[in-house]
Design a binder for this molecule. Structure first.
Ligand code: PEP
Length: 338
């Protein structure tokens, strides 16, 4: 049996009750392939889990964005800190038992934002995966290398080590989806091409084949999720605009001092050149305004424009989508399963 396409929507820390209702409405009304073709899992912030679960049509499932490494207990409030020395994470707003109690079947674990910001180690993520599975929660386990690691040529070693920490603790992979998310797409202007995504997915599958079993390698879904660098792109355009604004000003001043056609052809040409230069410089301003206005995800992330090509890669079995999962284009991403 082939691997069923999987699309996860990671809403991260976004949304209000009203926005949640709107997004869920879009999801419920979207014309998407049947559950036999694609499995869709939506991951809202913790506080919205019950609301999303109650509103979402039953074709779609719900995931938490994290859960505690063992049974819950005396952890008042949220202190988002993982102390690697004491192996202590009190960032957890809920335990796997609570997810079971709420009827939430999935959890995202080891997301790069937690590994990098909260220092979650491979072992700690492995422990969390093991515990969640033991309670009957299915896991979207994230792996991915940083820019430094990619540039030093250690991509495969890094994702293999992250996967190994899971495989050492888990023998049944049937409830795990592996999400490859290259961290180096954050703020660098670099984008994983479909071929680069395929390359790492194929290496991960080979690793599973050699270190777990051919069956696990064949059946485990490996999904792709880039991380957006939208903000940095906007920042880059902003700086370009400052430079261009200075250029436009100089050109306008020069333009004002060029005598009109009466002075012959060469002046006419020069005026035209100045006008062209001013329009060219304005182009960046238009791009900037367009991005701000429409929030286009110019990124290494999965979006409505690149999902088809990514989905066509033989070892890409779906996506974990961040920013675009909050927008109507998420429906197009789900449709790329067809
Ligand atoms: C993510 O956070 O899992 C992710 C893929 O984010 P984005 O699509 O916004 O890059």
């Amino acid at each position: 049996m082939g691997r069923k396409f999987f699309v996860g929507g990671n809403w991260k820390c976004n949304g209000t009750t009203e926005e949640v209702k709107k997004i869920v409405n879009v999801l419920n009304e979207g014309q998407v392939p049947s559950q036999d073709v694609v499995e869709v899992v939506i991951s809202p912030p913790f506080v919205f889990l019950p609301l999303v679960k109650s509103l979402l049509k039953p074709d779609f499932h719900v995931a938490a964005q994290n859960c505690w490494v063992k049974k819950g207990g005396a952890f008042t409030g949220e202190v988002s800190l993982f102390n690697s020395k004491f192996k202590f994470d009190v960032s957890c707003l809920c335990s796997a038992e609570m997810l079971v109690n709420l009827g939430i079947p999935w959890v995202i674990l080891g997301h790069s934002e937690r590994r990098l910001i909260l220092n979650e180690s491979n072992e700690f993520v492995g422990d969390k995966v093991k515990y969640a599975l033991s309670q009957g929660i299915k896991v979207i386990a994230c792996v991915g290398e940083t820019l430094e690691q990619r540039e030093s040529g250690s991509t495969v070693d890094v994702v293999a080590a992250q996967t190994k920490a899971i495989s050492e603790r888990v023998s049944d992979w049937s409830n795990i989806v592996l999400a490859y998310e290259p961290v180096w797409a954050i703020g660098t202007g670099k984008v994983a091409t479909p071929a680069q995504a395929q390359e790492v997915h194929s290496e991960l599958r080979k690793w599973l084949h050699a270190n777990t079993s051919p069956e696990v390698a064949e059946t485990t879904r490996i999904i792709y999720g880039g991380i957006s660098f939208y903000l940095s792109f906007v920042l880059l355009l902003f700086i370009l605009n400052l430079i261009m604004a200075a250029r436009i000003k100089i050109n306008i001043i020069h333009y004002m001092y060029i005598p009109k056609a009466a002075d012959g052809d060469s002046c006419g040409k020069h005026r035209k050149y100045k006008i062209a230069d001013i329009s060219f410089s304005c182009m960046f301003l238009y791009m900037y305004l367009f991005l701000i206005a429409f929030g286009i995800p110019v990124s290494g992330s999965v979006n409505g424009a690149n999902c088809k090509e990514l989905a066509a890669q033989p070892d890409v079995d779906g996506f974990l989508v961040g920013g675009a999962s909050l927008k109507p284009e998420f429906i197009d991403i789900i449709k790329s399963a067809e």
